[in-house]
Design a protein around this ligand. Sequence first.
Ligand code: ATP
Length: 392
Amino acid sequence: MSSGESSTAYDVEFRSVTKRFGDLTAVNAVSLQVRKGEFLSLLGPSGCGKTTSLRMIAGFEQPDEGEILIGGREAVGVPPYRRDVNTVFQQYALFPHMSILDNVAYGLKQKRIGRSERYSRAREALELVQLTGRDKHRPSMLSGGQQQRVALARALVNRPRVLLLDEPLGALDLKLRKEMQLELTRIQQQVGITFVYVTHDQGEALSMSDRIAVMSQGIIEQLDTPAEIYDRPVTAFVADFIGEMNFLDGVVRAARGGEFDLDLGNGVILQAHGSPRQGEKARVGIRPARLHISSGSAFGAVNTAKAVVDSLMYLGDEVQVVAMIEGGTAMTVRQQRTGHDGSPEAIRPGDAITIRWEPSAPVLLAGSTNLASDPDDPDDPAQDARAALPQR
Ligand code: ATP
């Protein structure tokens, strides 16, 4: 914690929180600090522990170990209804026999807030989610997206410190989902309430969040801004989960002043930024869009690999080329279509090409819990790499 920052700078804090279900550790010694007013996403594949983490914030589950603080106060043992949080689920569960206005005002009625105040606050909340004029409708008269807006208004009307959202857009079709993603970020900025958002959709997390916690097997692999997570994933798991990535393994031949040479063992020498130790095995990742291709074979230069085109796919404005470099590693390259000579569309399967990249394109990766990394294998290229990551 930096000086001058008290623990109440965080709306939610996990201190080494563990949750087990029988033999299964769903959340494993997780520490997490959610800042006031931020939009933080918990992102990861099914079963990684996102929902369990959210449910522990809500108070629906209790941790086996560790502390949870909400607004700087110990929350373990505090029942859900006494926590200053509200949850929006994928299943909106509105009361079908009540009007929209009564659905939204319901929580305030439970809190014994007077009729005129509860209706005026409920109308305000409906205005926030752009459902003005629908007060008297029943939920069945609204579309799925509109019903989810009502659920959101119902959760916001209590003005909680933290809003917890568990895959709230999961039941909507793609177009509506995109619309609601924009809506949710607008609403979050307008109300300034801290959002903790659970999703397995990386595009959703990247486009909406201030920060993303990427989870795998009960731990947080990386917690950072969307740009950092995308450009500088620290583990192979994160790199692979967030968009496409080419992985290359090699041995560090030289390391000096924050740069290193990686010998891929097939005549290719990769020069990149980072400080691994000389002689150790290392793994790097390069995004398909950071690779460039040209026809014909080049030789000898660093950050250059000879390859043979395996397949081509047109993706609207881009072409995706899969090519095999020497040693049999497939690399995926994505390039803009230009229509000019030398444009990737002129390339055919079987052609000899050269793939090149800038020294800033490869990202040095640390060990991963999931991706071809074995903590008991001393020859695993991912071992010890975490310590060698570029300092930020
Ligand atoms: P999903 O996106 O599928 O909901 P998730 O990342 O949210 O996945 P969790 O629901 O947190 O994952 O589950 C983490 C692990 O804990 C899973 O293996 C799940 O089967 C297990 N689990 C969750 N709740 C319980 C429970 N009540 N009893 C037993 N096991 C549970």
